[in-house]
Each structure stands twice: as structure tokens, then as C-alpha cells.
Design a protein around this ligand. Structure first.
Ligand code: HMG
Ligand code: MG
Length: 305
């Protein structure tokens, strides 16, 4: 194990979106902007800023347009936002954003609770989102949630997630991020899921979106890395969760992932010291201690990166 580690992996930062969407207390636009600026200063190259979803469903992200307009476009950072339907696409287009992400679940009940649609209906709606977005010159990413387990249905057949992934790639999504939405995965399960997918889908088309609800996110990421996954979603200081997934608190903390990777000589392009500072900004913005470990303990290995 770990004999052929890659030189570099790509981190997709989700804290301004997945991190904040769950917060009950309103967070001011300036505070969100301060968090995004800290993430940019840490040299994160892909940042999901917000969601163009219904403000009634996710009030915390009702300022999506304002936040995107407050962040100056940069050639060294790809900014993106969640987009569930044609209304969302129109909102994204109006801001000039160059990348969106569509999302659905591998389990019916979670998909209905999260988007008020069946899986089949979500896929048909994406037929009205992805091709027009591509025509506008946008890049489109996709998420498949609850791949490791569903808070309502329990076990989920990963073959269902694979079938959905194929359809998303056929639609023109450049990458599908597989979500352990409620953090129930273990390394053996991750090995089985990645192995099933890698037989059918090029690994560069896949990312892992791991939640650390039960402390296994880093172990699952390591299995993915070992098996050839090169794209990982993470959230500064472990901020986050899903409002329609009870118990989904805590994304994989970006600084914990980057610290582990740099320690093993795997580059990410991220400045770990600045990332640790961003973790402190996140705590300040949220107003409480956050679960990420390395922003509290400090980095130990800093020679790679
Ligand atoms: P719906 O109520 O079925 O929508 O919601 P509708 O099409 O029937 O429209 C109802 C109203 O919503 C209308 O307004 C629409 O205009 C409006 P009204 O006429 O009543 O005034 N509306 C919108 N407004 C703004 N932006 C839009 C939009 N669409 C409709 N885009 C919908 C369907 C999908 C919109 C709703 O269910 C929704 O917004 N859900 C959001 C769910 C969400 O954001 N969940 C969290 C993100 S997913 C996640 O966290 C998992 C992930 O991290 C991966 C992982 O962890 O595994 C990605
Ligand atoms: Mg998530």
C-alpha cells in the first residue's frame, strides 16, 4: 500500500456552500466574503461559493448573487455554485459565473427530501440545465449524494449510483463527485465503491465528497487516493453538513486533508499555513469552535506542497 502515490491532487473547497448552508444563524455577506478571501489567500484553486437554490429551502444562501458579485473573478481560481434547475441556471448566468454543479441522490427518499423530486425527474431536469449551460460555455460538475448510505433508507446499492453517474457524464458533466453525505462510510466500503466505479468510469471523472460525521473521512480519502482518485472535496475546519440529511455535520476538513497529503509528499498547490489561518477565520465567522484538527494543532510537516 501507498507505494505509488501521485505527485499532485486537486482539492475542491466547499465550505462557503456546504459549510454555511446548514447554519441557522444568518451570516453577513461581509463575513462570507472574509471567509472566501482567506480561502483564496490559501491558494485553493476551486471554490464552491454558494447555491442558486430556493431561498425558502436554504435561507442562509439567499444572498447568492450578492456574494458572487462581491468576489472578483480570478484566472487562478475556478468559482462554482450549486444549481438544481433552469431557474438556478438563469441566476448563475446573470452573475457571469463560469461553473455550476448539479446534484441529486442515489436514494429516492433523500432526493425527494432534498429537491422535491424523484431521481428520474431530477435527471430529466438536468437535461434542461446541463446542455444549455455547456452552450453558454460553462463547466458543469455533478454530485451524487448518499452513495455510502442514506439517513432514511439505510443501505444504498452503489450500482444505482453508478448508473446515475453514467447518465450525468453522458449529459456532459466534466466530473461526478460521490458523496458520503452522512459520513457512514468505512475504508473497505470505499474500496468496493471505487473499485466498482473504476471498472466503468475513468477515475479522473470522479471525485470523493466525504463527510467526517463518524471520523472516517480521512481514512476513506486515503483509500480513494491509493486507488487512483485525484480529486477530493473538503471544507475548511470541517465546517458543514446537509440540511436534509440529519446527522450530516462535518465535512472532511481541508487542512487535515492537505496536512496529510503534504506530509506524504503529495502536492495540492495549497499554502498550508494560510489554510490554517483560514480555519481560524471560519471559526470567527461562525462564532464557535469547529472540528478540523490541524487548524487547532498546527501543521507538523511543511516541507512539501
Ligand atoms: P420546489 O418547491 O419543488 O420548486 O423546489 P418548484 O420548481 O416547484 O418552484 C417553487 C418555487 O421555488 C417557485 O417560486 C420557484 O420560482 C422557486 P414561487 O412561484 O412559489 O414564488 N424556485 C427557485 N427560486 C430560486 N432559485 C431556484 C429556484 N427553483 C425554484 N433555483 C428546489 C425545488 C430544487 C428548488 C428546492 O427543493 C431546493 O431549492 N432545494 C435545495 C436543496 C439544497 O440546496 N440542499 C443542500 C445541497 S445538497 C447537499 O448538501 C449534498 C452535497 O453536499 C453532496 C453530499 O454531501 O453528498 C451536494
Ligand atoms: Mg456535502
Amino acid at each position: 500500500m501507498l507505494e505509488e502515490l501521485p505527485d499532485r491532487v486537486s482539492i475542491y473547497e466547499v465550505s462557503p456552500r456546504d459549510g454555511l448552508q446548514n447554519e441557522a444563524k444568518p451570516i453577513a455577506l461581509e463575513a462570507k466574503k472574509r471567509l472566501v478571501d482567506a480561502l483564496i489567500a490559501a491558494k485553493l484553486e476551486r471554490i464552491e461559493l454558494t447555491s442558486f437554490v430556493s431561498p425558502r429551502w436554504i435561507p442562509q444562501l439567499a444572498d447568492a448573487e450578492d456574494l458572487i458579485r462581491a468576489v472578483t473573478p480570478r484566472s487562478d481560481v475556478a468559482f462554482s455554485a450549486l444549481c438544481p434547475n433552469a431557474t438556478g441556471l438563469e441566476r448563475a448566468r446573470a452573475t457571469g459565473l463560469r461553473e455550476i454543479a448539479v446534484f441529486l441522490s442515489a436514494s429516492e427518499t433523500h432526493n425527494r427530501k432534498n429537491t422535491n423530486k424523484s431521481i428520474a425527474r431530477s435527471l430529466s431536469v438536468f437535461g434542461e440545465v446541463v446542455p444549455p449551460a455547456l452552450e453558454l460555455g460553462m463547466r458543469v460538475r455533478a454530485y451524487v449524494s448518499t452513495v455510502w448510505g442514506c439517513p432514511y433508507e439505510g443501505e444504498v446499492d452503489p450500482r444505482r449510483a453508478l448508473e446515475i453517474t453514467r447518465q450525468l457524464l453522458d449529459l456532459g458533466c466534466y466530473q461526478v463527485s460521490l458523496g458520503d453525505t452522512i459520513g457512514v462510510g468505512n475504508p473497505l466500503q470505499t474500496q468496493r465503491i471505487v473499485s466498482l466505479f473504476s471498472a466503468e468510469v475513468p477515475l479522473e471523472k470522479l471525485a470523493l465528497h466525504l463527510h467526517d460525521t463518524r471520523g472516517t473521512a480521512l481514512a476513506n480519502a486515503l483509500v480513494g487516493l491509493e486507488m487512483g482518485v485525484r480529486d477530493f472535496d473538503a471544507s475548511i475546519a470541517g465546517l458543514g453538513g446537509c440540511p436534509y440529511a440529519p446527522g450530516a455535520a462535518g465535512n472532511l476538513a481541508t487542512e487535515d486533508l492537505v496536512n496529510m497529503l503534504h506530509g506524504m509528499g503529495v502536492r495540492t498547490g495549497v499554502d498550508l499555513d494560510k489554510l490554517i489561518e483560514a480555519g481560524k477565520v471560519a471559526e470567527d465567522v461562525i462564532g464557535r469552535k469547529l472540528p478540523g484538527k490541524v487548524h487547532q494543532a498546527g501543521a507538523f510537516v511543511r516541507r512539501h506542497g
